[in-house]
Design a protein around this ligand. Structure first.
Ligand SMILES: [Zn+2]
Length: 335
């Protein structure tokens, strides 16, 4: 069975010293160690240690082969978004990361699919880089759940989504810059509590802001099974019904209308939750994803789905059909 992982992260082996070059900011850099690990430095401060499967395409392919998975959709690590940078420099960072992924995809077209990153802090430059991403062979982009704390319904982002629809570029929304982070650092709460909330924030903003309503052909997927959006949909719908004066101010359609408008990945770590989500959504809208190679990801690469009692046709949808439909790609490209 063809297996395509919608959600994995990659970083170039070497990054320019952007902090030094631009003369400001906490840009990410890598200090390589002798044991084939590297320390990710956030403007000179230690951020996290990563292993060679973060950058080495062959090591990654070997690890995926161990779990019978042939194709990885790759995108950058959200901490590299650099939306806070000055626009020109944000563009330079995006170009560097996108060129790296485009080269990887060109070298291994049956194993890697690429999503780009955009300087979302500048609408015109973001569209310029989006157009270039398409030209260099990327099939979509990954964006943050908020852009410098602005929600995705803000008017300045609409032309970017409009351009994505026009160019047929898919949009993967990834949580980052988690709300409430500074007040809940202990117990890894920004990742365990903040991330699911961030993803729901993004989904609600796009639905209530009318982005999906105005762009019916825009293809969007939300990471981590849509975060807390789907498990709390009853509450969200009830809020829409009981306080339309607060909720339905920009779009008067029930949020449930959009359930099969967008895709999610299936990273639940819980087969029962995945089965529940499959009662809400068409199985062609639920993509197999892992968040590889990070510890919160499904590092057994789909084993819990493989071993489940889901039907073969549902598994086929999860493992490849949903992602192929989201990215508008033909299965024949990979077999
Ligand atoms: Zn991720």
């Amino acid at each position: 069975m063809l297996k395509i992982d919608l959600h994995s992260h990659i970083i170039p082996r070497n990054l320019p010293d952007w902090t030094k070059k631009f003369g400001y900011g906490d840009f990410i850099n890598l200090n390589h160690n002798e044991d084939r690990t590297a320390d990710m430095m956030h403007g000179g401060r230690f951020f996290r240690r990563i292993e060679e499967n973060c950058w080495d395409e062959k090591v990654r392919m070997d690890e995926y082969t161990n779990f019978n998975t042939q194709v990885q959709v790759v995108c950058t690590i959200p901490v590299l978004f650099s939306y806070w940078a000055k626009p020109k420099e944000g563009l330079e960072v995006a170009e560097y990361l996108n060129d790296h992924i485009a080269e990887l995809v060109a070298n291994y077209p049956k194993n890697y699919i690429g999503l780009g990153t955009l300087p979302m802090q500048d609408t015109a430059l973001a569209i310029q880089e989006l157009e270039r991403c398409k030209k260099i062979g990327l099939v979509g982009i990954q964006i943050g759940s908020n852009i410098n704390d602005k929600n995705l319904n803000e008017p300045e982002f609409f032309p970017i989504f409009e351009a994505c629809e026009r160019l047929g570029m898919a949009v993967l929304v990834h949580p980052w810059n988690m709300m409430g982070k500074s007040s809940m650092e202990k117990y890894w709460l920004p990742w365990l509590v903040g991330m699911p909330a961030e993803t729901s924030r993004a989904a609600c903003s796009m639905i209530f802001g009318g982005v999906f309503e105005r762009l019916p052909k825009l293809r969007v997927a939300f990471c981590h099974a849509g975060g807390s959006f789907l498990p709390t949909l009853g509450r969200i719908e009830h809020g829409f019904n009981c306080r339309p004066d607060l909720v339905a101010v920009d779009n008067n359609r029930n949020p449930r209308t959009y359930l099969n408008k967008f895709w999610i990945d299936g990273i639940t770590h819980d087969i029962n939750l995945l089965k529940y989500l499959l009662t809400l959504k068409d199985s062609k809208k639920v993509c197999f994803g892992t968040d590889y190679p990070f510890p919160l990801g499904d590092l057994e690469i789909g084993k819990f789905i493989e071993e489940s009692d889901l039907s073969t046709s549902v598994k086929e949808d999860l493992f490849s059909n949903a992602t192929l439909e989201f990215l508008n790609l033909d299965k024949k490209l990979f077999i």
